[in-house]
Design a binder for this molecule. Structure first.
Ligand SMILES: Cc1cc2nc3c(=O)[nH]c(=O)nc-3n(C[C@H](O)[C@H](O)[C@H](O)COP(=O)(O)OP(=O)(O)OC[C@H]3O[C@@H](n4cnc5c(N)ncnc54)[C@H](O)[C@@H]3O)c2cc1C
Length: 268
């Protein structure tokens, strides 16, 4: 947020300030706010986070887009047990002939175990199965992974890990998921709707509420660079002079990450 100069609260509270109320009961006043609250949190709380409420085209876009779970499972071992040439163990299960209960089949969604070091494996799991994993204890996840490794390596002596740590992005209060995806029925224009800044009055030159974060970049949603670029765009919009100069010269050969990333050709 671009806060009122020099003080947390402006000397004279003015209707043109945005009020930001924090959980620790602090209040900030700002002329402009850049909101980077993740899509997962917006999905759960959009109806009571903003006063006045966000316009309907935004809340509908929030509903349509997907903010699923992708989680990591780290398994640490006392000593190396895999052939040094093995870098990754990819898992492929036969399709179930009858519908399976997620509680008894979630582990089939673990795509692979990557060797991070000789004594550290990283498993990847996503979707509803990842959400289910987040409800389990580390001991249960570790035992399940050990069974999988013993089965796929055809080796009953695969050791148990000394430590198992899993992420829980869906469960976390301040993320409520991992990253944005375009769900069936949603489109890139929903992301553009999320990115639209809001003006207090139609004649205002600068928006009062801007949005940034990976969920607002129409090409690079779901990525760190999408989040970075969207924040940069929002900040530049606020910092730009109110009347843009007539000739804007592009500076060629800039080493800036922005121009490097913008140069990436996207397929299609
Ligand atoms: C397992 C996994 C692997 C990934 N791999 C890659 C990869 O290889 N490459 C890549 O580019 N990207 C990857 N990503 C995605 C990338 O991490 C995210 O897209 C990026 O971090 C999003 O940045 P952000 O600033 O939009 O959101 P965040 O970094 O989530 O920042 C949002 C902030 O808002 C805060 N917040 C939440 N709720 C509130 C609230 N109500 N009020 C105030 N503040 C709030 C949060 O605490 C947080 O600090 C991965 C993500 C996951 C989960």
């Amino acid at each position: 947020a671009s806060t009122a100069e020099g003080a947390q609260k402006p000397k004279k509270k003015h209707s043109s300030y945005v009020e930001v109320n924090c959980e620790n009961e602090k209040t900030f006043y700002a002329k402009h706010v850049i909101c980077t609250i993740p899509l997962g949190v917006l999905k759960e709380h959009v109806s009571n986070l903003f006063e006045p409420k966000l316009p309907r085209y935004k809340t509908e876009a929030v509903e349509r887009l997907l903010f699923g779970a992708v989680d990591k499972i780290f398994l640490e071992y006392e000593r190396p047990f895999l052939n040094p040439e093995v870098t990754e163990i990819m898992l492929l299960w036969e399709s179930a002939t009858t519908p399976e209960d997620i509680a008894s089949s979630w582990y089939k969604k673990i795509y692979s175990f990557t060797k991070v070091t000789e004594t550290l494996l990283l498993g990847w799991v996503s979707g509803k199965e990842a959400e289910h994993m987040e409800t389990l204890s580390m001991e249960v996840v570790a035992a399940t992974c050990t069974n999988i490794l013993r089965k796929f390596l055809n080796d009953p002596f695969v050791p148990e890990p000394i430590k198992c740590v899993c992420s829980s992005w869906k469960k976390q209060h301040y993320t409520k998921g991992s990253y944005t995806a375009i769900a069936v029925g949603a489109s890139q224009s929903d992301i553009e709707s999320l990115a639209q800044p809001l003006f207090r009055n139609v004649h205002d030159k600068k928006p009062v509420l801007l949005f940034a974060g990976e969920h607002t970049h129409s090409s690079f949603y779901s990525t760190v660079h999408g989040a970075y670029l969207s924040g940069q765009t929002a900040a530049r919009r606020l910092l730009a002079p109110e009347e843009p100069p007539e000739n804007i010269l592009e500076c060629p050969g800039s080493a800036d990450l922005n121009s490097w990333i913008q140069g990436i050709q996207l397929e299609g």
